[in-house]
Write a protein of this length. Structure first.
Length: 146
């Protein structure tokens, strides 16, 4: 059932995903473009906000901020998995792997490599502050519009 908290959570986490993707794009190697990273991060943020944060926005403000951080972590993990899977498919089409098991093992290595980009202070700051802000705004919406 649609609620104001779900709507606000979805919009804010989509924005967090968009800005985090833009921040990550600044740390990519010179010959690598962000591609569809903004769209993927925004879409996953939208779904994560609606399905994870929105229903948990009630309760105490601290619980809502915690739910916002949890939704942000889920968003990041899903985006990492999607991007790494796409990179693995692209490499497998170039016959980079010996077999499917090697390709799947490489996908987890790609997730670690891509996850290392999140350790830059500006990227981590966008994700942390954005997750807390999303939780706080969703909590405010849940309390204001019942």
């Amino acid at each position: 059932m649609p609620t104001a908290a779900k709507l606000i959570a979805a919009i804010v986490l989509a924005a967090v995903g968009f800005f985090a993707a833009g921040t990550v794009a600044g740390h990519l190697p010179a010959n690598t473009g962000p591609g569809y990273l903004w769209a993927i991060a925004s879409g996953v943020g939208l779904l994560s906000g609606w399905r994870v944060l929105g229903p948990d926005a009630r309760g105490t403000p601290l619980a809502a901020v915690s739910a916002g951080l949890r939704a942000t972590v889920i968003m990041v993990l899903i985006v990492l998995m999607i991007v790494s899977f796409a990179q693995m498919i692209q490499r497998s089409l170039q016959r980079h792997y010996d077999g499917p098991v090697h390709a799947l093992q490489s996908m987890f290595g790609l997730m670690l490599d891509n996850g290392a980009l999140l350790l830059h202070p500006d990227v981590a700051g966008v994700l942390l502050v954005g997750g807390m802000l999303a939780g706080g705004l969703a909590h405010r919406a849940a309390r204001s519009w019942r």
